[in-house]
Design a protein around this ligand. Structure first.
Ligand SMILES: [Zn+2]
Length: 868
């Protein structure tokens, strides 16, 4: 699976943000609401052999009805009860080849009690008829929900625990079985699912029944169904049919995202050494997909956000996403993590192989640049004490983050560097062949590596996978001319503890000088160590880990002349990137001049991109001038980086340059970047420029979207009405997320207004929208509006009996409103309270006087009292 954020970082080295909001009790895991506990794979009471699902969706009602039949065999002993995950569904009937004593359906499972326990190995059939209106797992996209007529479809998303919402199933990754799905749809619709299309024919009701069969066992979370109106582009790799299906309105851009598919498969088959394991490889783009991509066996789902137009030049592509999901067809699908704690065996591999493909297609420097970027992000996560194999989670969705993805990928990079490419490939091929169609844990991988290499890998996996962090090295260098010895002192500075070890790893040090280049390998293992190297002359350059083969954070103050030599070395990309990073902390003329030269002359685009960012970071008049003089760039990625760097300045010259660039720029991606950059200039000229962009036409309305973002930064109330009108009149042109951003910007601009009634009414008109994402967005925007009068509206959602995304959004919005209550509001409240108290006090006094007068009017009582 690739998270949606993956896409927004353009390259697959994206930082991955944490996952979905909703929590469900996992199969065999912690019940809802309990604190984080350690998670393990559930028991397997029965071995599931096959699943056959026959279902019919109702696109008007957004419901499904189906019958699922399992063939299974009890594993070890007489099986008295069978339990399946079945969330929020209506079970109509349960039948079996064995006599059933009773069955019961709870909110999240179906428990079936056999009349007499089924003996081990006895083949048993269980058939369940059910219907459901799924809240997750299966999603409709219909015109009634606000989607384009003609694009109507449904799709499913199983990982991690959501397939249980659309059919009863054993929903854990350590259970694998073959599956077949027959789905009945209205005429003209297409159905896609795992495996091979067995038949497509009219049924008795006049619908078309598509029968798909996945004849090789796979895990339940990889079962997928997509149905609706689609168009496709097709290809073939050897005998494997390839296709990309898209909603009809997206067909024009489909070839752009499809173009690398066949080449990636070709590369993987050679690199991995195991043929593509499934009957076909289809990808399908669906609307408002909650993830970036999902690797269901032979049928990957992709987000529509991956689509792009050629006008964006090399700024956008689908290569990283397509390569990531296809790698999963081997890593994750053919071999699957036994339980979620070992998810890096899926995600680390998919991330790593997408990098290998990048290296194959775009050259080793492109791949190295990717690893350089992910290393920087991982090494700068200062407080992350998590481990790659992680059992501490409440819901598996919580562990899909940078550790299993990027750090997992780095672990494989280190393994490949240590073993060498040939031995590494043999190990991976053996690992796959030995465990194909089965489940794996990290020890299955390390066992193969130890067996084939003859080396012990216990410490490697212990320090990198089962413990946290990475080596933080402080390095220093000196040269002794008398003895001709170079000395490198290393200290491991990471804070050691229960979760963080002292690291032991092989390391390369390279020296270059007039007589050439020398490489030495050392083993770093102590907390503090000195290494001596005999060299013919004082080196002009000293490079630590020159090929970035170990994930280490190095603090090494390179002397200026060496930095210069590094920056000039055409064969040392890592050295040049590190030199640029070192120069960004210097403000002298020479350093700025060097960065400017790198920005305009380096052979590799990544160094130029980093040099532009470094000039922004220097943040001097001189560095701004260097950027302004570097705006003409033929590579869109570098042009975009210069635009982004300029937007880090607040300067009239930068503003004028950005306005000018905007008028000549053709690339919509860079234009959007320019527009956002202008947001901070509260000038009439900028305002005049932003307004017409609201009604401009661009792919997925990216320019209007950027203009709205800039207007938000301007925080100018005069934009409120134009944005509101744009949203009302051009809703269909915005992708759902863009429209939601628009609603929230309207709320943001009005938040300090005295009278918010009109805006509140406008936003409230979407809280019951037919599109559930817009509903949630509108509810959130009421929180942004900070209008106490929206509280009764929000409370109607928080009072709902069942936990829903709307309820959650409303709670957050209510909190925002309460937190934002201005001190003035509180004062007024206090004043009102005091007035009320004074009023009550006056009344009390009056009552007291009355009482006293009444008492005085009763002399007898008074005298009798005083007589006592
Ligand atoms: Zn993935």
């Amino acid at each position: 699976m690739a998270k949606l954020s993956f896409l927004f970082a353009l390259f697959y080295s994206a930082a991955v943000v944490a996952a979905a909001d909703d929590t469900v009790a996992p199969h065999g895991g912690a019940p809802e609401g309990r604190a984080v506990t350690r998670q393990y794979a559930p028991d397997r009471n029965a071995g599931f052999v096959h699943m056959s699902l026959d279902m019919t969706p109702d696109f008007q009602q957004r419901t499904i009805a189906g019958t699922v039949t399992f063939t299974l065999q009890p594993i070890a002993g007489p099986l008295a009860e069978l339990e399946l995950n079945a969330a929020d569904m209506n079970i109509v009937s349960v039948e079996s080849s064995e006599k059933i004593q009773a069955w019961q359906a709870t909110t999240d499972r179906l428990i079936l009690t056999f009349a007499s326990a089924v003996p081990a190995g006895h083949e048993t059939r269980v058939s369940i008829r059910y219907n459901a209106q799924p809240e997750k797992g299966l999603y409709f996209r219909t015109p009634e929900m606000g989607y384009k007529p003609g694009d109507e479809h449904l799709f499913t998303q199983g990982e991690a625990l959501d397939n249980r919402f659309w059919y009863p199933c054993p929903d854990a990754p350590n259970e694998k079985f073959t599956t077949e799905i027959t789905c009945h749809v209205p005429d003209g619709m297409t159905v896609l699912s795992n495996g091979r299309l067995v038949s497509q024919e009219k049924d008795s009701s006049g619908r078309t029944a598509f029968h798909w069969s996945q004849e090789k066992p796979h895990a339940n979370y990889l079962v997928s169904l997509v149905a609706g109106y689609f168009k496709s582009v097709e290809d073939k790799h050897k005998d494997t049919p390839l296709a990309l299906y898209v909603p009809p309105s997206d067909i024009q851009e489909a070839p752009n995202s499809f173009r690398e598919t066949s080449d990636i498969m070709d590369f993987y088959e050679h690199e991995i050494g195991v043929p593509f394991p499934w009957a076909k490889y289809y990808q399908v783009i669906v609307q408002d997909f909650m993830e970036g991509g999902m690797e269901n066996t032979s049928l990957t789902t992709l987000t529509e956000s991956t689509l792009f137009t050629p006008a964006t030049e090399n700024l956008r592509n689908s290569q990283g996403l397509v390569a990531h999901e296809m790698a999963h067809q081997w890593f994750g699908d053919l071999v699957t993590c036994k339980d979620w704690s070992h998810i890096w065996l899926n995600e680390g591999f998919a991330t790593f192989y997408a990098s290998l493909y990048d290296g194959h297609k775009n050259g080793p420097d492109s791949m190295l640049y990717g690893f350089y970027g992910t290393a920087r992000r991982l090494l700068n996560a200062s407080n992350d004490e998590g481990t790659i194999v992680n059992r501490k989670f409440t819901h598996p969705d919580d562990i899909f983050g940078p550790l299993p993805y990027q750090k997992g990928s780095w672990v494989l990079r280190m393994l490949r560097a240590q073993l060498g490419e040939d031995l590494y490939r043999r190990c991976i091929k053996t690992y796959l062949e030995r465990h194909q169609y089965g489940s794996v844990v990290t020890e299955d991988l390390s066992a193969v590596i130890e067996e084939l290499s003859g080396r012990s890998y216990d410490q490697f996996f212990d320090q990198w996978v089962y413990h946290a962090r990475f080596p933080e090295l402080a390095a220093s260098y000196s040269w002794d001319e008398k003895t001709k010895l170079a000395k490198i002192s290393l200290q491991q500075k990471q804070t050691l503890g229960e979760d963080v070890l002292l690291f032991n790893f092989p390391w390369t040090v390279a020296f270059s000088g007039p007589s050439g280049r020398v490489e030495k390998t050392i083993t770093v293992k102590d907390q503090s160590e000195d290494f001596y190297f005999s060299l013919p002359e004082a080196p002009a350059s000293v490079r630590l880990d020159p090929r970035l083969e170990v994930l280490t954070k190095i603090s090494f103050d390179v002397p200026a002349p060496m930095l210069e030599a590094q920056l000039a070395d055409k064969n040392d990309l890592a050295g040049r990137l590190l030199a640029v990073a070192a120069l960004k902390d210097k403000k002298d003329h020479a350093s700025v001049a060097k960065l400017k030269t790198a920005l305009n002359q380096d052979a590799f685009y990544g160094v130029r991109v980093d040099a532009a960012a470094a000039l922004a970071s220097v943040h001097s008049d001189e560095s701004l001038e260097a950027l302004l003089a570097s705006m003409e760039q033929s590579d869109a990625r570098v042009r975009n980086a210069v635009s982004s760097a300029l937007s880090d300045f607040y300067n009239p010259g930068a503003c004028q340059a950005e306005i000018k660039a905007l008028s000549s720029e053709k690339n919509p991606g860079i234009k959007a970047q320019d527009i956002r950059g202008l947001g901070k200039y509260a000038k009439s000229e900028v305002r005049a420029l932003l307004l017409p962009l609201l009604s401009s036409h661009s792919y997925r309305n990216s320019l209007a979207d950027a203009a709205i973002a800039a207007m938000r930064v301007q925080d100018d109330i005069s934009f409120l009405t134009p944005i509101r009108q744009t949203l009302e009149q051009h809703r269909d042109e915005f992708p759902t997320r863009g429209f939601i951003n628009g609603l929230d910007t309207v709320a943001f601009l009005a938040r300090d207004q005295e009278k918010k009634d009109e805006v509140r009414q406008f936003l409230s008109s979407y809280v019951n929208d037919k599109n559930s994402m817009i509903r949630v967005g509108a509810i959130k925007s009421l929180g942004t509006l900070e209008d106490p009068r929206a509280m009764p509206i929000l409370e109607t959602f928080t009072n709902a009996g069942k936990e829903t995304p709307e309820q959650k959004a409303a709670s957050t919005a209510l909190e925002a409103i309460r937190a934002a209550r201005h001190p003035g509001d509180n004062l007024q409240e206090l004043r009102d309270m005091v007035l009320e108290l004074q009023k009550q006090d006056r009344q009390l006094r009056k009552d007291f006087d009355t009482l006293q007068k009444k008492l005085e009017a009763k002399p007898a009582a008074r005298s009798s009292k005083s007589a006592r």
